[in-house]
Design a binder for this molecule. Structure first.
Ligand SMILES: Cc1cc2nc3c(=O)[nH]c(=O)nc-3n(C[C@H](O)[C@H](O)[C@H](O)COP(=O)(O)O)c2cc1C
Length: 126
């Protein structure tokens, strides 16, 4: 499962390139199986408020984070939402993407998803 937040469509586009069940983060969403989080970066290297709130109740099953950003913000702030979430919840930072990213990014994310998110769920329900 993928949970994502997108304000201007870049993350939504990234999600459309992946083969996975996906759900957009809305207020009070609860996820009951392992998932990969994909978010954009807001303000100056910040986690979008909606994503922070979502993680307050859903961090336990988050297996990794992918962040989109814009490198014009500079190295320290580029996709820094990913760094912050990975650090706060001790989960892997799978990938940082420039805006919509590239084919190699989608492949790396899909690979992580197959091996570290999806399979874990399948093993559990067997
Ligand atoms: C107000 C605003 C602040 C932003 N701040 C950052 C930032 O600090 N670091 C960064 O890498 N990108 C930043 N961005 C760029 C977005 O994270 C980037 O465009 C992302 O791809 C947007 O994803 P979305 O189209 O799914 O909303 C900012 C964009 C906006 C509009």
């Amino acid at each position: 499962m993928i949970a994502y937040a997108s304000r201007t469509g870049n993350v939504r586009y990234i999600v459309s390139k992946l083969q996975a069940q996906a759900i957009e983060i809305t207020e009070n969403l609860i996820i009951d199986k392992p998932y990969l989080l994909i978010t954009y970066t807001d303000k100056l290297g910040e986690v979008p408020t909606r994503v922070s709130q979502f993680l307050e109740t859903n961090s336990q099953l988050c297996r990794g984070v992918v962040a989109s950003g814009n490198s014009n913000f500079g190295n320290n702030l580029f996709a820094a939402a990913g760094d912050k979430i990975a650090m706060a919840y001790q989960i892997p930072l799978v990938r940082k993407l420039e805006l919509r990213g590239f084919q190699a990014d989608y492949e790396a994310i899909q690979q992580f998803y197959e091996t570290r998110v999806k399979d874990e769920y399948l093993l559990k329900v067997k």
